[in-house]
Design a protein around this ligand. Structure first.
Ligand code: CTP
Length: 425
C-alpha cells in the first residue's frame, strides 16, 4: 500500500537501515521467521514543487487506509511515524517515514540520476555500512538492493565498518551503537573503524558530552539512550568489556575503567537483583549504570549523573552516596538487629544495594539481611491494638510502637502476650 501511494505521487519509496540489515541477516541464517518491529522508510524522487513534507504526506495517506494505526508527526515537515499498537496480527509495529535528506547537495527537478543521488546522500549520512543499505519498494526495479557502500560484503564478513572517518567525531554515540551491534550480532569491529573510534575518543569526547550538555541536551540524551539499550540487553557485560577495550567508557568519564573491582560489584549486583527484586520494583539497567557511576571517585558522581540527565532520584542518590557510605559503615558498631534497622531504614532500596556492593562482607551481610527479612518484621501489636489497650495516640505512643518493634527484632517480644508484658514494664 505504501509503495502504491508513493507511486501515485511519482515518488520512490525505500526500506532503509536496520530493517534491511535484519532482513538480509535472517536470509543468511536459517532462523525463526523475522518479526520486524521497527521499519524505517524513506521517500525520494519528488519534484521540486513537492517539499520535505513528502514523508508526512505519505504517512497521512496511509493512516487513512489503516485507521487503527496512530499517526505521529515529528517536527513540522520532518518525519512521521505510524504505530500499530498491539495489533493482534502485527503485535506492535513502528513505521517511520522520512523524506530523503539532501542537505549536502540540494538537487533540482526529477531526473533519475539526481534521484538516485538523493537516496545515496541519505544513506551516506548513516553510521555503519550494514545500516546504510536500502531496498526499493516502488517500481521500476522494486525489490532492488541499493548498496553503495558494500554493506552486504561487510554483513557476510560479519564486521562493523563505519562510512566515513569523521562519523564518531560527529556523533560519539555511534561508538556505543557500533559496540551494541557488534556484540548483539557477534560481529567484529573492522580495524580502520576501530582506529577512527580511538581517534574520536582521544579527541576528547567526554569534554564535548559534558560541554554540549549546557548548550543542547542532544548528545548526552542520546548517550543515555544508548547506555539504556546496552545495559538492559542480556549481553550488557560483553558490551561493557568491548567499550572498555576501546577506551570508550571515557565518554561517561575519563577515569572510568572496567576493572576487576567494578566487574565484581556488577556481578554481585546481578545476584542481588535476582534475589531481591522479584516484583521488578527496581529499574535494572539504571541501577547497573548507577553502580558504574558510584564506582567513580565521589567528586565526579553527581556531575556525571547530571550530565547524563539521569532521573532526579538517581542524581540525588549518587550525590549523597559517599555520605550514605560513611553512615552505613557504622553498622560495624551495631550489636542488635534493631540498631541495624534503625540505621538502614532511612535509605531507599537502591542506595542500600549500591552501598552493599562497595562494603566489606560483614556489612554487606547485614544489608542483605535487612533487605530480605528485617525490614518486613512487624511487632505483634499495632497502633489499633495499643488504643484498644487504652494507650492514647501521641509522641509517647509512637515511641512505644518503635520500642515494641525494636524488642520484636531483638527477640525480646515474640507474641501478643509478651508484647503486652513488655509495654506494661
Ligand atoms: N543511524 C545513524 N546514526 C545514529 C543513529 C541511527 O546513522 N546515531 C541510522 C542507521 O542507519 C540506522 C538508522 O538510522 O540503521 C535507524 O536507527 P535506529 O532505528 O536507532 O537503529 P536500527 O539500525 O534500526 O537498529 P535497531 O535494530 O537497534 O532498531
Amino acid at each position: 500500500k505504501a509503495s502504491q501511494e508513493a507511486t501515485k505521487r511519482g515518488w520512490h519509496l525505500y526500506v532503509v537501515g536496520g530493517a534491511v540489515r535484519d532482513l538480509l541477516l535472517a536470509q543468511n541464517i536459517q532462523q525463526e521467521p523475522l518479526l520486524l518491529k521497527d521499519i524505517d522508510l524513506v521517500v525520494d524522487g519528488f519534484h521540486e514543487s513537492a517539499d520535505a513534507g513528502a514523508g508526512v504526506e505519505l504517512a497521512t495517506a496511509l493512516q487513512k487506509l489503516y485507521p487503527n494505526a496512530r499517526l505521529d508527526v515529528h517536527g513540522a515537515f520532518q518525519t512521521a511515524a505510524l504505530l500499530w499498537h498491539k495489533d493482534p496480527e502485527l503485535d506492535s509495529l513502528w513505521v517511520d517515514i522520512a523524506t530523503a535528506r539532501t542537505e549536502f547537495y540540494p538537487y533540482p527537478a526529477a531526473n533519475p540520476e539526481v534521484e538516485a543521488s538523493s537516496i545515496r546522500q541519505d544513506l551516506y549520512r548513516r553510521d555503519f555500512t550494514i545500516n546504510a543499505m536500502a531496498l526499493r519498494l516502488t517500481t521500476p526495479r522494486a525489490g532492488e538492493l541499493l548498496d553503495y557502500f558494500n554493506g552486504l560484503i561487510d554483513l557476510e564478513a560479519r564486521q562493523m565498518r563505519v562510512l566515513h572517518p569523521n562519523s564518531f567525531i560527529e556523533d560519539p554515540t555511534r561508538i556505543y551503537r557500533g559496540v551494541r551491534f557488534a556484540v548483539r550480532l557477534g560481529f567484529t569491529i573492522e580495524s580502520q573503524t576501530e582506529s577512527y573510534i580511538r581517534y574520536a575518543i582521544n579527541s576528547g569526547v567526554y569534554d564535548r558530552t559534558a560541554r554540549e550538555n549546557n548548550k543542547t541536551p542532544a548528545l548526552s540524551t542520546r548517550l543515555k539512550a544508548e547506555l539504556k539499550l546496552i545495559l538492559e540487553a542480556p549481553y550488557w557485560k560483553r558490551a561493557l568489556e568491548l567499550l572498555d577495550n576501546l577506551s570508550a567508557l571515557q565518554c561517561i568519564h575519563p577515569t572510568l575503567k572496567l576493572n576487576v573491582e567494578l566487574l565484581r560489584q556488577l556481578r554481585l549486583l546481578e545476584r542481588c537483583l535476582q534475589r531481591f527484586d522479584n516484583s521488578q520494583a527496581i529499574t535494572h539497567w539504571l541501577l547497573r549504570l548507577e553502580a558504574i557511576i558510584a564506582h567513580l571517585a565521589p567528586e565526579f558522581r553527581s556531575k556525571v549523573a547530571t550530565n547524563l540527565q539521569l532521573p532526579d532520584d538517581s542524581i540525588k542518590r549518587l550525590s549523597h552516596f559517599s555520605k550514605a557510605m560513611d553512615n552505613i559503615a557504622g553498622l560495624t558498631e551495631c550489636r542488635l538487629k534493631s540498631q541495624v534497622v534503625g540505621l538502614l531504614k532511612k535509605y531507599d532500596l537502591e542506595t542500600l544495594i549500591l552501598a552493599a556492593l562497595q562494603s566489606q562482607r560483614s556489612i554487606r551481610r547485614s544489608i542483605w539481611q535487612y533487605i530480605s527479612v528485617w525490614r518486613f518484621v512487624q511487632a505483634p501489636l499495632n497502633g489499633n491494638d495499643l488504643q484498644k489497650l487504652g494507650y492514647k495516640p501521641g509522641r509517647a505512643f509512637k515511641e512505644m510502637l518503635d520500642d515494641l518493634l525494636a524488642a520484636t527484632l531483638d527477640g525480646v517480644v515474640n507474641d501478643r502476650v509478651s508484647a503486652e508484658a513488655f509495654l506494661s514494664q
